[in-house]
Structure formats: structure tokens, C-alpha cells
Design a protein around this ligand. Structure first.
Ligand code: HMG
Ligand code: MG
Length: 303
């Protein structure tokens, strides 16, 4: 299959990236990061979570973050909403797209959202109905499609089953997530090919964490299967609070460098993303995890 000519890169750093930081990241810093990312040209930014603040304290200021940002005219701002309470918070905050998030692994579902897969779908149903009733975009995210920190292997049949259940709820897009970054390229090809048989390929996305350093190879494998949407986190921020040892998402700068090098357009200004990665790494005192980001910064500083 030919590689896609254009790819949508969804920037998830402000949510997936920052949710795992131990020290509370100031609301103003989150706002500045989102503003820099908007200015870099992202059309979709995952900006917040409307979840229990006891479970994920870092995301407790979603409403204030959304009130403070300068919106891009084309940009869609997404938020995680596990239940109707989260949905209502997201709507009040001016979120454009809500994300219901389940798992292909029973064990991970229990640890992450405190219920099994079947129960999670039942909990998502009113959220999906409310989103559809308001004409809002609805995204479904599936954790542990390639392996689970608690149960190990995850059968492909479980992944396909959850895709079908989320599709039945009316999801506009479905994320195939490698929560703990264990996928390999051949496995990615198989999972993406099978997923494309049960849900429209152009509305499937790849959400890769880079724990084992395989994320770029997996993205290339997914591109070969015709996948056109990928999630990434500026400076490789993040990890999942309910997946011990998992590192952040693949770094956005690295993904853009790969895609642009393949002649695939994204509409995103890599230079501005590199500066945003430097800004947030410095602001939260973290080593920038983007190889391309660090290299481009060093090059810029030496000229
Ligand atoms: P629960 O305990 O089963 O639900 O949690 P509950 O309804 O009994 O609520 C428990 C408490 O939370 C109550 O407060 C509720 O009021 C409150 P209390 O009475 O104890 O004071 N609560 C809320 N507060 C604010 N906003 C809400 C909300 N809902 C309940 N929306 C629940 C179930 C889903 C709420 C909980 O498990 C939770 O919040 N989990 C969050 C998990 C999470 O955010 N994980 C990280 C994101 S997932 C991820 O990163 C993976 C992804 O990137 C893809 C990948 O890489 O795999 C997407
Ligand atoms: Mg994630």
C-alpha cells in the first residue's frame, strides 16, 4: 500500500504528557504550552481530562486551562471524559471533542477506570449519547492493544471486540494504543490491518508510547497499513499513572521529522514544536526526551 500523503498528528502532551508529572504543573504553564502548540499548527490538541482529581490530581484544572488558552480558528481541543460528570465538565469548559477511554485488557480496565470492559462500555453509553445529541465529536481510545502491564499478552480478538463496541457507540475516531510501549513493527502491522477490517481505516489512529524505543518503527509499519492519524507528545512527555514503568508517548518532534522526511505533509511547523518542547522541558525541569528536538535545538544554538 502507498503511504498516505497527509497525516493528522494529534498533540497529546498537555494531557497524556503532563498527567504523569508528580509536582503540579502550574495552570499558566499548561496554557502557555497549549498556546505554543496551537501556534505551531496542530488541528487537534488533547488539552485536559475531566476525571476524578483523586485519581489524577494533575488534571484537576481542566476548566481553568480551557478558559485561559487562545484558541486556534481551526483547532479541535479534546478531553478525556469517563462518565457524564466528566462530559458535563468538558462541555462547560468549551471542549470540542470528548474521549471515552477503555482497554482491550480486563486487568488494565480495572486499574485505570475501576471497572471491567463490559461495565466500562455501559458507563460510556450515556456519554456517547450526550455527545451525539449535542453534535460533538466523539473519540474512543483503547489501551493495551499490544500488551498489558498486568495480564501480559492481549488477544487480538479482545482488541477487535472493543473496537466494535466503541464503533457501535458512534465514535468518530478510535485510537489503537500501545500504553506500555511494547509493540513491535510486525505486530503493529497485524493489529492495524485487522482493525482496518472492522473500522474505517482513515478514522483509526495509532497512539504509541516509546518505552522500548519502537514507536517510530511502529508508526512506519502503521503508515504502510494506511493509517493516517497518529498521537504524539511534545518532548516525549509523559507516561501513564496506571501503567508502571511506561514512558511517555513518542515525541512529536521525532514523528514530524519522520513524516516530513517521507514527504508526508502535516501542516505543522516543526521548528515551533521544537521550541515548545524546549519551553515545557525547562518549565517542569525534565530532560527533553525528543532526539530530533534536542538535535535541532543544538543546531540552532550553534548557528
Ligand atoms: P470510581 O471510583 O469507580 O467512580 O472511579 P465513582 O463514580 O465512585 O467516583 C469516585 C470519586 O470520583 C467520587 O468522589 C466522584 O465524585 C469522583 P468522592 O465521592 O469519592 O469524593 N468523580 C469525579 N470527579 C471529577 N470528575 C469526574 C468524576 N467522576 C467521578 N468525571 C473513574 C471511576 C473513571 C471516575 C476513576 O477511575 C477515574 O477518574 N479514573 C481516571 C483514570 C485516568 O484518567 N487515567 C489516565 C488516563 S488514560 C490513559 O492515559 C491512556 C491513554 O493515553 C491511551 C493509552 O496510552 O493507553 C488514553
Ligand atoms: Mg497514552
Amino acid at each position: 500500500m502507498n503511504l498516505p500523503q497527509h497525516v493528522k498528528v494529534v498533540e497529546v502532551g498537555p494531557r497524556d504528557g503532563l498527567q504523569n508529572e508528580k509536582d503540579f504543573v502550574a495552570t499558566a504553564t499548561k496554557i502557555e504550552l497549549i498556546n505554543q502548540l496551537t501556534a505551531a499548527g496542530f488541528v487537534n490538541i488533547e488539552a485536559a481530562s475531566f476525571v476524578s482529581p483523586k485519581w489524577v490530581p494533575q488534571m484537576a484544572d481542566g476548566r481553568e486551562v480551557m478558559a485561559g488558552i487562545k484558541r486556534g480558528s481551526q483547532a479541535i481541543y479534546s478531553a478525556l471524559t469517563p462518565n457524564l460528570r466528566g462530559f458535563e465538565g468538558a462541555v462547560e469548559a468549551g471542549i470540542d471533542e470528548v474521549v471515552i477511554f477503555g482497554a482491550a485488557s480486563e486487568a488494565f480496565s480495572q486499574r485505570n477506570i475501576n471497572c471491567g470492559i463490559a461495565e466500562s462500555i455501559a458507563r460510556f453509553e450515556p456519554v456517547a449519547q450526550a455527545a451525539k445529541a449535542q453534535g460533538m465529536r466523539l473519540r474512543g481510545s483503547i489501551s493495551c492493544c499490544f500488551g498489558c502491564p498486568y495480564q501480559g499478552d492481549v488477544p487480538l480478538a479482545s482488541v477487535l471486540d472493543v473496537i466494535e463496541r466503541l464503533a457501535a457507540l458512534g465514535c468518530d475516531e478510535i485510537d489503537i494504543a500501545d500504553t506500555i510501549g511494547v509493540a513491535t513493527a510486525e505486530q503493529t502491522r497485524k493489529v492495524m490491518a485487522a482493525a482496518s477490517r472492522v473500522f474505517a481505516r482513515e478514522r483509526l489512529s495509532g497512539h504509541f508510547h516509546d518505552t522500548y524505543g519502537q514507536a517510530l518503527a511502529n508508526i512506519y509499519a502503521a503508515l504502510q497499513e494506511g493509517i493516517e492519524i497518529f498521537h504524539a507528545s511534545v518532548a516525549g512527555l509523559g507516561g501513564c499513572p496506571y501503567a508502571k514503568g511506561a514512558t511517555g508517548n513518542v515525541a512529536t518532534e521525532d514523528v514530524l521529522y519522520l513524516l516530513h522526511g517521507l514527504g508526508i505533509s502535516t501542516g505543522i511547523d516543526l521548528h515551533k514544536v521544537v521550541l515548545a518542547g524546549d519551553f515545557i522541558s525547562t518549565a517542569i525541569g525534565r530532560v527533553n526526551a525528543s532526539r530530533a528536538g534536542k538535535a535541532l535545538l543544538a543546531k540552532q544554538r550553534s548557528t
